[in-house]
Design a protein. Structure first.
Length: 358
């Protein structure tokens, strides 16, 4: 097993430590045969104040970068701050890789800092938007105007998005694509985390959302009227087996059914900025509630995965969050990330009525 070490306090501070208060969610159909799971969820949502560490950058020398995001220091130890949400088996394999290394400075062919922006989860829209892209604000706040960002194959879907958002911050970004090989950097800048996926965000995430609203969204009308149902197409993972009745009922009550994965990023920002109510399945599309106002009401249908990510995101936005469990809570297993489940339409409609969505 590779030895892991913390980088300690950031070397240049872009944001001091801060806290935010969390609003308890409305829970519906909350059930598990396991007492420990129930206690775990209740314990987490009972933590009303979340502390956020200082944010900024570290500079390290003679480092090796794996997968565009994991960093091994010159002494052979792995930097803990670059391993968030990474499985233990994968961490154990990093030091065993002996491929020929790419020299990132030669790949860059410019004098700009070489930066680690990505983390585990870079193939996912929600992870990228909340946990990686907001780190660009640290670059902005420290007065850095041009950087080389080490990029990975799983993150390629977001390449144009990262460059475009950096441009709105007046930061020039050059993407370095070393491929699957480990990469060497004589000097490397590591951007500190701005979130811990499951249970901590940062006001830096809010600042990024507000910046994008100013940059991309149309001015909000005096009267907002968007009531959204965020859904998936048949055949997509975790798409409910029997959603037609629920969708039809909500559409009849003035809700607009939307499929964010089929929309441009700009259109998603604009649409969610006007939302008064959002009903949706647990999944990346609900991340767009970060662009919705504080008085937006959010209702999430969770197939028993008890992922705090969306509640925590809504609560730092000061939005009321209702959490409906369509299945009992169970210990995590990978198959649940893709499994389609059956919905109890009548029960969901009753829950929606209880919190004045219909």
């Amino acid at each position: 097993m590779n030895e892991i070490t913390s980088l300690g306090n950031v070397m240049s501070v872009a944001r001091p430590p801060h806290t935010y208060e969390r609003i308890a969610p409305n829970l519906f159909n909350f059930y598990s045969k396991r007492t420990d799971l129930r206690q775990y969820v209740i314990g987490e949502i009972s933590k009303t104040v979340r502390e956020c560490p200082e944010e900024g950058v570290w500079q390290v020398s003679n480092a090796v970068v794996f997968d565009g995001k994991h960093v091994m220091l010159s002494d052979g130890r792995l930097a803990a701050e670059t391993l968030q949400d990474t499985g233990q088996d994968h961490i154990a394999s990093l030091g065993q890789r002996q491929e020929v290394m790419i020299d990132l400075r030669k790949l860059a062919a410019n004098p700009y800092p070489i930066v680690i922006l990505l983390k585990e989860g870079d193939a996912n829209y929600g992870h990228m938007l909340v946990e990686m892209i907001p780190k660009l604000l640290s670059v902005k706040r420290l007065g850095i105007r041009a950087v080389n960002v080490v990029f990975s194959a799983p993150a390629e879907w977001a390449a144009e998005l990262v460059v475009a958002i950096a441009r709105t911050l007046e930061i020039e970004v050059n993407l370095l694509r070393p491929g699957p090989q480990p990469a060497f950097a004589d000097e490397l800048t590591i951007l500190s985390p701005v979130a811990r996926h499951n249970n901590r965000k940062s006001y830096t995430v809010v600042d990024m959302a507000d910046h994008l609203l100013r940059s991309l969204a149309e001015p909000q009308p005096t009267e907002r009227a968007e009531k959204l149902v965020v859904w998936r197409r048949p055949g997509e993972k975790r798409n409910p087996i029997n959603s037609d009745e629920l969708i039809h009922t909500l559409a009849g009550k003035g809700y607009r059914v939307v499929y964010p994965a089929e929309m441009s990023f700009r259109d998603q920002v604009a649409m969610f900025s006007k939302a008064t109510h959002v009903v949706g399945l647990l999944g990346a599309g609900l991340t767009n509630t970060m662009f919705s106002p504080a008085d937006t009401e959010v209702f999430m249908i969770d197939p028993g995965l008890y992922d705090f990510f969306f509640w925590d995101l809504c609560t730092i936005r000061k939005q009321n969050f209702s959490w409906y469990f369509s299945q009992p809570l169970q210990m995590f297993e990978p198959s649940r990330l893709t499994k389609s489940v059956e919905l109890n339409t009548h029960d969901i409609l009753s829950a929606l009525s209880a919190v004045d969505f219909i």
